[in-house]
Every structure is written in structure tokens, then in C-alpha cells.
Design a protein around this ligand. Structure first.
Ligand code: SF4
Length: 329
């Protein structure tokens, strides 16, 4: 891509202290995110996929400034997040939609007040103008102005997610981090919410970082997809390329579980990974995937592979691929 990135992550880390050593000094850390670099461009959707506990939600919270990285830098519009004067200033442009909209909607407030909250905080217009904006937002997400007088408990899961989106859109942000926004919904409702997000993106030109553990939802909405494993991105690719020519053994395993539309491909072997995701407090040495990788070789225990280009728009972190690359070149 030739444009400048809207958001740029440079070697981001987030470590949470868990243990104390001598004199109460923290000496053990959960390395939730451990050296992630990623650019998100204007109008683009980057899907972020991986098992629960791989660090994707932690990364999403850092992107919108809800959590500060332990190391590395995050840029928005060319300026470091830490250089923005306040969270309020960032909140105008960076918003988040959560998996469980109910817990993020105050049950004591009516819907109009919930959606107007960011408008009040940012001193948007008069009360009449805010009311007009709230009505527009409700209609934009497929609800009606009259829903404004109701309370969160009166809405279904899908409708609550629409309300969460309306509130995130209130200040016309440039990027929304959608953290598992459809994981708790029925399949038919999931499709409606994904289509709504796509329509909104077409109208407003905003960018999404779309986080999910299921690769199907990510496929539906993303332009590029980043696959995360134990705090690191292990493959990053254009969507089509990831689905047709994925390289990393972990991505191959994830995709082997997805039903294939081509009947000839339907009998392909499902790759079942051994064991659970290792603890991020004590990640394996070398390639973090080596304890579960079906094609690991002895060097994998000692070499931590870098995310290297495998084509114009694809990157993979696997020493096998690097070897192939060396042979070819
Ligand atoms: Fe598997 Fe080794 Fe590649 Fe890691 S580096 S994905 S363990 S083959």
C-alpha cells in the first residue's frame, strides 16, 4: 500500500507482573503481547485471529489507548499515542465495540442518554442537535428514533450490539476496534452485524481492527488478516492469499477446521493440534509454536523466527519457510 498508515504499531509489548521475588520486586510476567508490529491503513479492515489468551484483545485495548504498552510505540495519524493530550482527544478518533455490549451499556440509563454520552463529553452542539444526532445514529444502525426512550434490558443481543456500534460511531471516529463483536450472537444475527459494519465502512471510510477467535467472521469482513499465537503475529496476509496459500503451520491448522466451498477440497485432512496454548508467563523457547507444531524440526526449539515477507503482501514467521526462501534464492 502506498498511503500512510492511520495506525502504526512498532514492536509493541504488554507484560503483566504476576510474581514477586526478593524485596517484593516483580520478577515474573505474563507476556500477553510480545513484540508486535502492524500498520492499519485508512478505510481498511485488518482481521486479528487466534485462540483465546493469545493477546489479541490486549492488543486491541492498546490501539485505542485504553491500556498503555510496556514497550514499543503506537502511532495514530503519524503522532505517538502518548503525545495526545488526553484520552478524550484520542476517543474522538479511536473507538471500541465490545463482545458483550450489555456490560458496556449502563442499565440505568436510557438508550438516547447512553449514545449521547460521548457527545456530551465532547461538548457536541446543543441538546437539540445531540438529540438529532442520536436519532440519526439509531437509524444508521437499523433501529428507530423511538428506541431512544427504552433501556438496555429491553433489547436482544443483536440489537444491543447495534447500540454499541451506534455509540462508537457518535463522534465519527477514524478507527474502531471491534473486539469479538459477533462471537456471542446467533449465526444469522452475526451476518447482519457484519454486513452493517461493512455498510458503515463504505459510507464513512473508517478503518476496523476486527478481533475474533473464529476465522469465518474475520474472512467475511477483512481486507488483510493477521494470525496471532502466544503474543506474536505469526502470519499476516491479504485475505485471499491467506485462504488459498497460507504458509504457517498454525494458520494451516486453523484453516483445516473451516468447511471448504470447493467439493474437491472437502475431504482434506483436518489438522488437530496437540495440547493447549502454553502459558504466556512461561512461553516455549525458540519458536513459541514448536511444542504443538506438526512439522517442527530440532532447530525450532532454539530459533525465534521473525515475521519475514513471503510475497508482496504476505509475511510469515517460520524457519521452514525461511529455509525454502534461501534455497529458492
Ligand atoms: Fe513449526 Fe518450526 Fe515453523 Fe515454528 S519455526 S512453525 S515450530 S516449523
Amino acid at each position: 500500500m502506498q498511503q500512510k498508515p492511520l495506525v502504526s504499531l512498532k514492536d509493541i509489548k504488554k507484560y503483566f507482573p504476576v510474581g514477586s521475588g526478593l524485596f517484593g520486586k516483580k520478577d515474573q510476567f505474563i507476556k500477553a503481547v510480545d513484540g508486535v508490529s502492524l500498520d492499519i491503513y485508512p478505510g481498511e479492515t485488518v482481521g486479528l485471529v487466534g485462540e483465546s489468551g493469545c493477546g489479541k484483545s490486549t492488543m486491541g485495548r492498546m490501539v485505542v489507548g485504553l491500556s498503555n504498552p510496556t514497550g514499543g510505540k503506537i502511532y495514530f495519524d503519524g503522532k505517538k499515542l502518548s503525545e495526545y493530550k488526553s484520552k478524550k482527544e484520542l476517543g474522538k478518533n479511536l473507538q471500541m465495540v465490545f463482545q458483550d455490549p450489555y456490560s458496556s451499556l449502563n442499565p440505568r440509563m436510557n438508550i438516547a442518554d447512553i449514545i449521547a454520552e460521548p457527545l456530551v463529553l465532547h461538548k457536541f452542539g446543543t441538546a437539540k442537535e445531540r438529540k438529532k444526532r442520536v436519532d440519526e445514529l439509531l437509524e444508521r444502525v437499523g433501529l428507530s428514533a423511538y428506541h431512544g426512550t427504552r433501556y438496555p434490558i429491553e433489547f436482544s443481543g443483536g440489537q444491543r450490539q447495534r447500540l454499541g456500534i451506534a455509540r462508537a460511531l457518535a463522534l465519527s471516529p477514524k478507527l474502531i476496534v471491534c473486539d469479538e463483536p459477533v462471537s456471542a450472537l446467533d449465526v444469522s444475527i452475526q451476518a447482519q452485524i457484519l454486513n452493517l459494519l461493512k455498510e458503515i465502512q463504505k459510507d464513512m471510510g473508517l478503518s476496523y481492527l476486527f478481533i475474533a477467535h473464529g476465522i469465518q467472521a474475520v474472512k467475511h469482513i477483512s481486507d488483510r488478516i493477521a494470525v496471532m499465537y502466544l503474543g506474536k503475529i505469526i502470519e499476516l496476509s491479504e485475505k485471499e492469499e491467506l485462504f488459498t496459500n497460507q504458509r504457517h503451520p498454525y494458520t494451516k491448522a486453523l484453516l483445516s477446521a473451516v468447511p471448504h466451498p470447493d467439493p474437491k477440497q472437502r475431504n482434506r485432512e483436518r489438522i488437530i493440534l496437540k495440547g493447549d496454548l502454553p502459558s504466556p508467563a512461561n512461553p516455549p523457547t525458540g519458536c513459541r509454536f514448536h511444542t504443538r507444531c506438526p512439522v517442527a524440526i530440532s532447530e525450532c526449539k532454539n530459533i525465534d523466527p521473525k515475521l519475514l515477507p513471503t510475497s508482496a503482501q504476505s509475511f510469515t514467521a517460520c524457519i521452514l519457510f525461511k529455509k525454502e526462501q534461501q534455497i529458492v534464492n
